[in-house]
Design a protein around this ligand. Structure first.
Ligand code: ZN
Length: 322
C-alpha cells in the first residue's frame, strides 16, 4: 500500500525525535560501558597470585600467601609523574598498593622485601608483558649494553620459606664474638621488610629493592639467541645489611640468656665483619623471594667480559618497551 508513497523529507519534529532516539541508544551503551569499567573486574581484572613467602611470616593475615593483583592502569601512570613519590622513594610501594588487594589490617610496609620485589616484577609482566628491555653499562669498557630479559624466568627462581625457620626471630651464632668473649653469643634476627628498606632508601638508589638474591636466572642477550646461565655471585648487598643490621637484630643471646635493651646497639655497631657476614648470609639464605641477579656479557666484542648485575628497574620499568 506504500508503493506509491514517496519518502517524505524528515520534518523538524521527526528530526528531533530521531536525534533523541539516537542519543537514547548511545547513552544506554555509554551507561553500559561506564558500568563495565566501574566494575573493573571486566576491564582490568583481578587475578590471584601466591607470594614467595606463602604468607608464613604474616601471622594469619595472608593465608597461604594468596593475594589478588591487577595490571597497572592510568592510576599508576599518574603516580609515575608524581615527583614527590619519586623523590621520597615511595613510588614502588604506592604502585603495589594500587595494584594489589591486601587485607585491611595489612600494610605494604609489613611485606617482606622478597615478596615485594616479586610483586613489582609480576605487575610489570601482567601489564606490559614479560619481555623487559634494559640498558646496563659495562664496568670495564663503559659500553652501554642493551639486554632483553624474560621476566617469566623469575618464576623459576622463587624461593619459598625455609622449613627450619618458619618463625621470627631466628637465632644465628656469631663465631667471632663468641670466640673473643669466651661465651656463646647468638643474635636473634628477623627478615627484611619493605619498611626497613623505605627507612634507608636513598633517591636514585634503585638497587636497594633487591636485597635478597638466591638461586639462578637466565638472560637472553639481545643480539644473540644464546642463553647464558647466570651464576649466583654474591651481589654487593653488604651496604644494605650493614646499615640495616640494627633493624634486623632484635636481641642477643649470651649463654642462653636473652638481652634486648639498647646496650645491644653498642655491640652491633662494633660487630666484626665476619659476624656481620654470617648474619647477612643467613638472612639471604632463608629469605623468600626471587633472584634477580644476572650474569651479562658485554656486547663490545673487544671486551666481551661477564658481569653479574641485579636486574635493574627504574621509572621506565613501569612503562612498556615502546
Ligand atoms: Zn665491556
Amino acid at each position: 500500500m506504500n508503493d506509491n508513497m514517496e519518502e517524505l523529507p524528515e520534518t523538524e519534529a521527526q528530526k528531533i525525535f530521531n536525534k533523541e532516539r539516537e542519543d537514547q541508544v548511545n547513552s544506554d551503551l555509554l551507561s553500559e560501558l561506564v558500568d563495565h569499567v566501574s566494575r573493573g573486574d571486566n576491564y582490568i581484572p583481578w587475578e590471584p597470585v601466591t607470594l614467595p613467602s606463602q604468607g608464613i611470616y604474616y601471622g594469619d593475615k595472608i593465608p597461604y600467601g594468596r593475594i589478588e593483583v591487577k595490571p597497572m592502569g592510568v592510576d599508576v601512570d599518574k603516580l609515575l609523574t608524581n615527583q614527590r613519590l619519586i623523590e621520597n622513594g615511595s613510588l614502588p610501594s604506592k604502585i603495589v598498593e594500587v595494584c594489589t588487594r591486601l587485607p585491611d589490617d595489612f600494610s605494604v610496609r609489613e611485606m617482606l622485601a622478597g615478596d615485594f620485589n616479586f610483586l613489582l616484577y609480576y605487575l610489570r609482566g601482567i601489564t606490559h608483558g614479560n619481555s623487559y628491555e634494559f640498558i646496563s653499562e659495562c664496568p670495564y669498557c663503559k659500553t652501554k649494553n642493551n639486554y632483553t630479559f624474560d621476566l617469566s624466568n623469575l618464576q623459576e627462581t622463587v624461593q619459598v620459606p625455609n622449613e627450619n625457620y618458619l618463625e621470627e626471630p631466628m637465632e644465628v651464632h656469631l663465631p667471632k664474638l663468641s670466640e673473643s668473649f669466651g661465651k656463646s653469643v647468638n643474635a636473634l634476627v628477623r627478615l627484611i621488610r619493605v619498611d626497613d628498606i623505605m627507612k634507608m632508601s636513598r633517591p636514585g638508589n634503585d638497587k636497594i629493592f633487591d636485597p635478597v638474591s638466591k638461586g639462578q636466572a637466565r638472560i637472553r642477550k639481545k643480539n644473540n639467541q644464546n642463553k647464558t646461565q647466570v651464576k649466583n655471585a654474591g651481589v654487593d648487598a653488604s651496604k644494605l645489611y650493614q646499615d640495616n643490621m640494627k633493624r634486623q637484630i632484635v636481641a642477643l643471646i649470651i649463654n642462653s640468656e636473652e638481652y634486648k635493651d639498647d646496650r645491644i646497639f653498642q655491640i652491633i655497631d662494633t660487630l666484626h665483619q665476619k659476624d656481620a657476614a654470617v648474619i647477612r648470609d643467613f638472612i639471604e639464605e632463608i629469605s623468600p623471594g626471587v633472584d634477580t641477579s644476572l650474569e651479562v656479557t658485554c656486547q663490545n666484542t673487544e671486551c666481551a667480559k661477564d658481569t653479574t648485575i641485579m636486574l635493574p628497574w627504574s621509572e621506565n620499568f613501569f612503562r612498556s618497551n615502546n
